[in-house]
Design a protein around this ligand. Structure first.
Ligand code: ADP
Ligand code: MG
Ligand code: MG
Length: 520
């Protein structure tokens, strides 16, 4: 039994009710929580209530070999993205003037801020990345072998590390307490991998803190106002404090605009309390859980604030360079012949990394070979002058997703929406969009999804698709002598499960639920 044809196993309505009760109370007892939706009313400064995060009652079957592979190639990805982020020439060429920066305002702001800092001369050679590489299982036909294909690589604000650990704990608890009522022989402790993402991500932050070299310096969490996913962040804070003795300051970018200070030696200093008169604390590491989307920069001054933070000696997680390296355009250019190989040798895992990719190309690509592309006849009378990348996207629209340089979900264009979209996309903007082959998960399994709003009706059973995320960190830089240093680790995993037919699956938006792995 491979677990895909008969999942989840049968349970009686009584058993389902019991599992749901145990699951939601476990979630409420273990910070598997969100702040409640607050609509237009700002939430109280000190929260008084929370709801359990949306969750899956049963873990999701993942072939053991592919799970092991995903965790193994994370090490190669850690190194790859570190090297890309210190290749200024490559990032300038793809994301800078003459590239994406000219046609995508957000990328342009970030790139220009970074360029300005380089001209001044940076004082901190080290960068920290807390990464999450996301995958779907891929099985184009029912006879084909199941493989693992990458959706994207996140270099900023990779979330759910802490909650994913709690979900793995939840599924282990349900197994231990009920044995899942003997519903499946697969549901054994051995098949539920240990998940210690909190400790692992915090080890990365602590490593950077240590490299900064000032023991009582603090870590700044740059957060969004009205964030609902705060428990995912707080669990990292508690671990930093209790296992490493490192204190945290949480601030939004607008709060930092007027409160941050730079010493003459460019130490980043912040009032430790809300009042600007409170004593100043030195910041060793700036960890961004905001700053990945244009709405995090409500005024031009906020881009200057971001640059000012990076002007300091504090280690940036991520630096602007590393954020730019995580762009979808970079992901696509890496797939071009010979590019990956500039950064990663075969011994370092280049072949497995490449195997984890599906076809991608730029909408503005003219003469680059697109894998499997057929000689194209012009199919749209007005588009004789369209670049080959755009023509190919029209022809294969049914099998594609188009992506801009954005994070956080909700920005992509799928299948039937592609043709009308291409008809209205201004020609220069093609440069900022990539086309990506749709990954085809194995015939959908079913899942029980438990959302806090569904308390009356109980779990919703439905066909689902699951996305596996692997977490890793990298502390890296190019020393003044040109020497490159990279320290990295793979630290844990996450599964997000969404209803089949939902193209994008935000957990906060209620489309996806948090889930974990069952090795099969
Ligand atoms: P974001 O950075 O906004 O999260 P993603 O690249 O992860 O952007 O796309 C959002 C979602 O769209 C993914 O979580 C996945 O569900 C779906 N998706 C993205 N790329 C593909 C693909 N190639 N095949 C199938 N689904 C995809
Ligand atoms: Mg994503
Ligand atoms: Mg992303």
């Amino acid at each position: 039994m491979n677990g895909f044809t008969s999942w989840p196993p049968e349970v009686t309505p009584d058993q389902l009710e019991q599992l749901t009760l145990l699951a939601t109370t476990y979630a409420l007892s273990h910070s598997l929580l969100y702040l409640p939706p607050h609509g237009d009313i700002p939430p109280p400064p000190a929260p008084a209530s929370a709801i359990h995060a949306p969750l899956s009652l049963f873990p999701t079957p993942v072939p053991r070999e592919l799970f092991v592979r995903a965790r193994r190639i994370q090490r190669a990805y850690n190194v790859l993205y570190a090297r890309v982020a210190i290749d200024n020439k490559f990032l300038d060429e793809i994301m800078g003037a003459g590239g994406v920066a000219d046609v995508d305002e957000f990328t342009g702001e970030l790139w220009r801020a970074w360029k300005g800092l380089r001209e001044e001369g940076p004082v901190q050679p080290l960068h920290l990345g807390l990464f999450r590489s996301d995958y779907l299982l891929h099985q184009p036909t029912s006879e084909a072998e199941i493989s693992l294909k990458q959706v994207e690589f996140n270099t900023i604000s990779s979330s759910f590390g802490a909650l994913s650990q709690q979900v793995s704990g939840l599924h282990s608890y349900l197994q231990a307490s009920t044995g899942y009522f003997g519903a499946s022989p697969l549901l054994t402790p051995n098949n539920l991998p240990l998940n210690e993402t909190v400790k692992g991500l915090v080890a990365g932050l602590a490593e950077a803190h240590n490299a900064y070299g000032v023991p009582d310096a603090q870590i700044l969490f740059v957060v969004q106002a009205n964030e609902r996913n705060i428990f995912d962040q707080r669990l990292l804070e508690y671990e930093l404090l209790l296992s490493h003795g490192i204190h945290i300051i949480r601030r939004t970018l607008p709060e930092l605009e007027h409160s941050m200070k730079l010493s003459p030696a460019r130490a980043l200093l912040l009032p430790s309390g809300a009042s600007s008169a409170s004593p100043l604390s030195e910041i060793a590491v700036v960890y961004y859980r905001a700053g990945y989307t244009p709405t995090d920069y409500p005024t031009p001054a906020i881009y200057a604030t971001r640059a000012n933070l990076e002007r300091s000696r504090a280690i940036q997680c991520p630096s602007l360079a590393l954020q730019l390296a995580g762009g979808k355009k970079i992901q696509q250019v890496l797939t071009m012949s010979g590019v990956l190989e500039r950064y990663l040798s075969r011994e370092e895992g280049a072949d497995e990394v490449r195997e984890s990719w599906v076809a991608m190309w730029g909408l503005d690509d003219e003469d680059l070979p697109i894998p499997g592309a057929k000689p194209t006849n012009v199919i749209h009378v007005d588009d004789v002058k369209e670049p080959k990348g755009t023509r190919e996207a029209r022809i294969r629209a049914d099998t594609l997703v188009l992506k801009p340089q954005r994070e956080g979900g909700g920005n992509n264009i799928y299948r039937a929406a592609i043709l009308p979209f291409l008809d209205t996309l201004p020609a220069p903007e093609r440069r900022a969009w990539i086309a990506m082959q749709l990954i085809r998960p194995p015939a959908a399994v079913e899942g029980y999804l438990v959302r806090s709003g569904d308390a009356q009706t109980g779990p919703v059973k439905g066909r689902v698709v699951s996305e596996l995320g692997i977490f890793g960190w990298t502390l890296f830089g190019r020393e003044t002598n040109g020497q490159e240093s990279v320290r990295e680790a793979e630290v844990g995993f996450l599964v997000r499960t969404k209803g089949e037919g939902v193209d994008e699956g935000g957990v906060a938006a209620g489309f996806s639920v948090l889930d974990s792995v069952l090795l099969v």
